[in-house]
Design a protein around this ligand. Sequence first.
Ligand code: F6P
Length: 324
Amino acid sequence: MSDIKKIAVLTSGGDAPGMNSAIRAVVFSAINAGIEVVGILRGYEGLIDWETIALDIATVRNINNQGGTILFTSRSERFMDREYRRLAACNLRDNDIDAVIAIGGDGTLRGAIAFREEGVNIICIPGTIDRDMCCTEYTLGFDTAANTAAEAIDRIRDTSLSHGRCSVVEVMGRKRGYIALWAGMATSADAIIIPEKWDGNFDNITETIKRRHTDGRNSYLVVVAEGVTDAPELANLIKEKTGIDSRVSVLGYIQRGGRPSAKDRMYGSLMGAYAVEIIRKGGKNRIVAIKNDVLTDYDIAEALSLNNNEIDSFQYELSLMLAE
Ligand code: F6P
């Protein structure tokens, strides 16, 4: 029987669809195990300022299908400073919190690693649309973001086709190309440009578009990850080298909002419940992860050195073949 009585949960960094499902599962699992749950508002900022709400079943019952995070979020500059982390740890001790569950991306994980110096038990859940955490094959929000991007690109393709244009669509992903690869493949893009495979040369792309133009095609779709290049510059280059009218759409924050997909609700629920289990079993400073499609967990410091999230080469090669 665990002696855990009270835990806290927070969301930090860029919000991601599925975070609410994770919060909900944390609350249901904890309360069923007789553990009280406090919600920390605005991520690590709320830990420092002790901005909290009590979380019970009624508060979280209907949030599974909501985008964003009911706990709000932030990218806390202050938490990088040890003085504020000490203050946050004091707040947790003063309020008898036995462990914290932090849902977020790499920045959240790095904050957690630094925070454990203060003797706090912090368990992370990977949540970011970018799917860019090296310890896990999946991060909450990716599926919804990839679907939102694909849907938006389908619409752009319709108008691009009608006008005989080349559309350059920039998607999010920070330094990773997962959203671009998935949304690009799903929408049969002529070219998908991702940081992991980018050789710094646009000639292949402009040559391919020119060749297709000569062969009678009249519209083109290029999906580019934000971490590669400036999309308007790329569109200008395509126009200059091919003579084809090229337009840019930067999808931006629509990719981060919206109702979570069934996958993000499911994974959010699984990860939230799993995090509570880790705490109940006496686990300390762990991150929940997916490996070979199964839930697992790692020490948070070890997590940074793992390599579970490479772009699959079969998938990438296929994207090139299908773009022909
Ligand atoms: O990490 C999620 C993400 O949406 C990235 O894809 C993007 O680069 C970044 O956050 C944007 O951050 P902000 O909300 O601070 O502008």
